[in-house]
Design a protein around this ligand. Structure first.
Ligand SMILES: NC(=O)c1ccc[n+]([C@@H]2O[C@H](COP(=O)([O-])OP(=O)(O)OC[C@H]3O[C@@H](n4cnc5c(N)ncnc54)[C@H](O)[C@@H]3O)[C@@H](O)[C@H]2O)c1
Length: 319
């Protein structure tokens, strides 16, 4: 199988590519990535010489380029997106352009070229916020940020290409990922790198916003299960199993970095900040045998250690 991985130079996409190639998987992989501020070729340095990997610097919105690539591939795993909520609040333009139009360009081209499978990577944020309990895959979408609205738009387009045209589309919606190689704009690396540098960290509002934390390695293993054994037209939730308030997460990161609450600034809450996300991932467990392998405590400790020992990577990335 010839796999096109969009956004494969970003945080999650690069982990997916590195782990696939590390497993002696017979598939060839083409990464299509625009290398925005969030994409980094260094994320693929450890597999750059692998003959199964080809890197293409380009835009998922470029239909002739996408057509030329999809003519040579059997399956797509689509990670590419504008992914940071705060940036979408500052301006939603790139979010709609890449997340909605970019996804539509890929879907249209996939249909045209008879692509066998299209895995669309989405997010639990498309559902809005839930006070208690967990969403199943049947939950109606109610996104609150321009980011989550653009992801919801892309999900609906993906499902429409399945229902209207019979394209084999599979959607994953996961919770908050953490792990190495995450851009320092996101909360875990932002707090970790600032605390390691002796700096201060901003905690939104009362810190009671709650998230389920998923190790990027568990997420990527689940994406492979969906690619290999999922069903066409289906949505699969992927969770990590440990829910923390932002306050609890901050406490853990302070401890891991040997710092105290004196380093925390309480800042005005993010507009439209969802209080809580929680996905019920029993469908992925029961159908695909998915379960997370990484417990949060050691996973977070290893992640902090990675940033501690990869200062060059994040200092270069944050520039
Ligand atoms: N990080 C999380 O916790 C999380 C949670 C749920 C869902 N997701 C989803 O997972 C996917 C990957 O997220 P991430 O955290 O790795 O994001 P990221 O921002 O780290 O990486 C995105 C990648 O997409 C590339 N890209 C952006 N626009 C492009 C375009 N027009 N054409 C080609 N490439 C382009 C960037 O260069 C970058 O390499 C996204 O679809 C995101 O919505 C992420």
């Amino acid at each position: 199988m010839r796999l096109l991985v969009t956004g494969g130079a970003g945080f999650i996409g690069s982990h997916f590519v590195r782990s696939l190639l590390a497993d002696d998987d017979p598939r060839t992989v083409t990464v299509l990535d625009l290398l925005t501020y969030a994409g980094n070729r260094a994320n693929l340095a450890s597999v750059a010489d692998d003959p199964r990997l080809t890197f293409v610097h380009g835009d998922i919105r470029d239909r002739p380029l996408v057509d030329s690539l999809l003519a040579e591939h059997d399956a797509v795993v689509h990670f590419a997106a504008e992914s940071h909520v705060d940036r979408s609040i500052a301006s939603g333009t790139d979010f709609v352009s890449t997340n909605v139009l970019g996804t539509q360009t890929l879907l249209e081209s996939a249909l045209h070229h008879g692509i066998d499978r299209f895995v669309h990577i989405s997010t639990d944020e498309v559902y809005g916020s839930i006070e208690s309990g967990s969403w199943t895959e049947e939950q109606p979408l109610a996104p609150n940020s321009p980011y989550s609205a653009s992801k919801a738009g892309s999900d609906l387009l993906a499902l429409a290409y399945h229902r209207t045209h019979g394209l084999d589309v599979r959607i994953t919606r996961c919770s908050n990922n953490y792990g190495p190689y995450q851009h320092p704009e996101k909360v875990v690396p932002l707090f970790t790198t600032r605390l390691l540098d002796g700096g201060r960290v901003p905690l939104y509002g009362d810190g009671k916003n709650s998230r389920d934390w998923l190790h990027v390695d568990d997420h990527c293993r689940a994406v492979r299960l969906v690619l290999d054994a999922g069903r066409a037209g289906e949505i699969y939730h992927i969770g990590g199993g440990t829910e923390l308030t932002n306050r609890e997460l901050t406490e853990r990161l302070l401890q891991a970095c040997g710092r105290t609450w004196d380093s925390v600034d309480h800042v005005t809450d993010r507009p439209g900040h969802d209080l809580r996300y929680s996905v019920d991932w029993s469908k992925a467990r029961d159908e695909l045998g998915y379960r997370p392998h990484h417990d949060l405590a050691p996973g977070l400790a290893e992640t902090v250690d990675w940033y501690r020992t990869h200062r060059d990577w994040w200092q270069e990335t944050a520039r």
